[in-house]
Structures are given as C-alpha cells and as structure tokens.
Design a protein around this ligand. Sequence first.
Ligand SMILES: NC(=O)C1=CN([C@@H]2O[C@H](COP(=O)(O)OP(=O)(O)OC[C@H]3O[C@@H](n4cnc5c(N)ncnc54)[C@H](OP(=O)(O)O)[C@@H]3O)[C@@H](O)[C@H]2O)C=CC1
Ligand SMILES: Nc1nc(=O)c2c([nH]1)NC[C@@H]1CN(c3ccc(C(=O)N[C@@H](CCC(=O)O)C(=O)O)cc3)C=[N+]21
Length: 373
Amino acid sequence: MASSILSDCSSCATSRLLPLRRALHPPTPRFRPSPGPAPLPRRPLLAAATPLPLLPRARRMAALAAAASSADPATVLADASAKIIDGKLVAKQIREEVGVEIARMKDAIGVVPGLAVILVGSRKDSQTYVRNKKRACDAVGIKSYEVNLPEDASEYEVIKHIATFNDDPSVHGILVQLPLPRHMNDENILNAVSIEKDVDGFHPVNIGRLAMQGRDPFFVPCTPKGCMELLHRSGVEIKGKRAVVIGRSNIVGTPAALLLQKANATVSIVHSKTKNPEEITRQADIIIAAVGVANLVRGSWIKPGAAIIDVGINPVDDPASPRGYRLVGDVCFEEASKVAGAITPVPGGVGPMTIAMLLSNTLDSAKRIHKFK
Ligand SMILES: NC(=O)C1=CN([C@@H]2O[C@H](COP(=O)(O)OP(=O)(O)OC[C@H]3O[C@@H](n4cnc5c(N)ncnc54)[C@H](OP(=O)(O)O)[C@@H]3O)[C@@H](O)[C@H]2O)C=CC1
Ligand SMILES: Nc1nc(=O)c2c([nH]1)NC[C@@H]1CN(c3ccc(C(=O)N[C@@H](CCC(=O)O)C(=O)O)cc3)C=[N+]21
C-alpha cells in the first residue's frame, strides 16, 4: 500500500546552504578563426555497450530505507522503483578504458597525453578538484602540468601561461579551473585557450560548433558529456523522447540541451524565469537538473518512469558529517527515486563522470594531434 510520508526535502535545504560562488560567469562569445576540426567521432572509445552498473543492493536499500522513514502529506509515494545509476562505477570503467588506450598509444608511438591545469587563488573546493584531477591523470598515465597563481595575479599572467601551454607539444589539454577571481574576465581567458587543446570544451568556438547542425566541436564539455554517457550506458532511449534540462549555464545546462537535441530528443529548457517549471518537467521522459539549488526538483515534478540525471552539487550543513557538511543534488533523491525509472545519486553520480570525461577528452586530443587511431 502506498504511504504518505514527509520527506527530508520538504524542509528548506537551500536555507542551509553554505556560501558557494557559482562556478562560471557566462562568457560572451568572440570568434577566432581556426582550422576546422576533424569530425567528432560518435562517442569515441566510450561507445561500448556496458551493462548499467547499479549501486550494490545493500547501499540502494539503505538509501531507500532512509526515504521511507519520512512522511510528506503532499506526496504519495509509490513503491521504490528507480534504478540507481552508479556514476562512480561507470567512471571507473571509463578510466580503465582510457588507461588501456593510453598504454597502447605509448607502446605504438611513444606519446603520453599531457594535461595542463591552471589554478588561480586558493579556494578550498577548487584545490580539491585540481588535486582529484591530478590523481586521476596519474592513475591512467596522463602527465599533468600544474600552474598555481595567487588570487591577485593578473589576467595577463594567466593568458601568458595559457600561451606557453598552447605552444608546448607535450601538452594536449589545457584547463583553467573555474571560478576565476572576480577581477578577471572569464571570456578573455577562455578565448586564449587553443580550441585544439580546449579539453573543457568551454571555448565559444567549440560551443558554437556544438550548437550548429553539420558541425562538430573539437571537444564536448565534460559534465554534459558525462550525463549523456550515463544515459547511453544505462540503456535510456533518447531519440524521440521529451527531455527537460533545468538550468541554462554555458558549462552545463546549455551544452546538455544541445547534446540531447543532437541525440534527437525534443528538448525544453527550464530556467529561473520559467513560470511553470513543475508542469514542464513533469512531461519529461529524461530530466537533467543543473541548477545549484538543493532538492529543488520534488517527486511531484517527475513523470513516473523518467530517467533523471542530477548534476547539482550543493553543500548543506551537516554537523554529523566529518566535514561539517554533506553534498546533495538539485533533485530530492528520496522522493524522486520512488517515481523515476532511473536516477543518479549525489555524490557518486555525475561528479566522477566529469573527471572521467576530462581524461577521455585529453586522450582524444593527443590521438588527434598525433594522428593516432
Ligand atoms: N557534477 C559536476 O561535475 C558538476 C556540477 N556542477 C553543479 O551543477 C549545478 C549547476 O551548475 P552551473 O550550471 O555551473 O550553475 P549556474 O549558476 O551557472 O547556472 C544555474 C542555472 O540554473 C538556473 N536556475 C537557478 N535557480 C533556478 C530555479 N529556482 N529554477 C529553475 N532554474 C533555476 C539559472 O537560471 P538563469 O539562467 O535564469 O539564471 C541558471 O541557468 C551546481 O550545483 C554546480 O555545483 C557544476 C559543474 C560540474
Ligand atoms: N574548468 C573547470 N572545469 C570543470 O569541469 C569544473 C570547474 N572548472 N570548476 C568546478 C566545476 C565542478 N566540477 C566537478 C568535478 C567533479 C566533481 C566530483 O567528483 N564530485 C564528487 C564528490 C566530490 C566530493 O565529495 O567533494 C561526486 O559528485 O561524487 C564535482 C564537480 C567540475 N567543474
């Protein structure tokens, strides 16, 4: 029998948010002519149909049991049904595939892919991300180069380092960690990265090519690419389906919507000015939530059986956790997992995929530059 329960998401989690500056200010595009890229291979390397890794049953049951212990009079919850898409496991598989390819390339032509990361300032979260990226590079055999600049460094200094990496043949990918300090212009900096080494896929030319019919970017931004990979590897059909992307940022929402459209979904984008987000979202067979508002998407927003990819990474105070906070997504997991057909958890969903896609993009870049098939 269905029960009425109050979910943890009905308390206003957003009011417990720690201060976190948004990752990126939208850059204004500026065109720089460049040679055309080789056509983007359809899901290179990652195309193997791998069965959907689900969370181990015990962990899944624990997550769902936590949900069942609450009660929301507004939400009548059906039996727990969603498959939980284990992004951590998929990311591990991808890292292994990337590692094998890197070894093959090294054996064949003696080339090791190189990734340069530029970090400006000393934000703790950015330092953690950069450290995790370096670890992931080490594990698969990518050589990492790191530049750390002080918070008060000038835009010119950053661009000078980018230019050096653009000219360095041992560097195949360049990433400028975001957000940048307020005095810097993201647009100028992202424009300085060679589009052939723009493994983040944030250069306006790469985004522009992603948006155009019949063109392919050199690189697809890592987080949206990771979302698509999770959908593909989970066996979610996209062609002809209705998809809703919540959020329209340059780095996540907009490219995610473009990718869904390229995969022949019919796509709607919900943003902060959308009048009836709940009603629009409820029509979706596929939901990608990239908002930055903890637990915004409730069970009542979801069409039964929908596939949900939760990109949000929102820290909420949690004195019981060793860090004093825990991470939650943009989707109320406990409610959504009872309505959806499949859902990604936070943490352990899209986040690890972002890093795996960065490794994959860096490998693709080295292969393209060295014409290695
Ligand atoms: N897992 C991962 O690897 C990554 C996770 N993230 C996380 O994803 C989330 C989104 O990141 P990002 O895209 O950079 O964020 P931005 O702040 O750049 O964009 C947020 C988007 O959400 C929209 N929005 C804000 N409030 C609402 C609302 N109440 N209803 C509907 N739409 C709303 C905004 O609309 P408008 O345009 O109208 O302002 C905007 O388009 C964050 O939690 C971030 O930490 C980000 C990158 C990678
Ligand atoms: N140039 C640039 N490129 C980015 O791709 C970029 C960036 N700047 N700035 C910040 C955002 C955010 N981002 C994440 C990467 C990994 C996790 C991740 O691995 N998350 C883990 C949890 C990590 C934890 O526990 O702290 C998870 O969701 O399971 C999350 C978020 C990349 N971003």
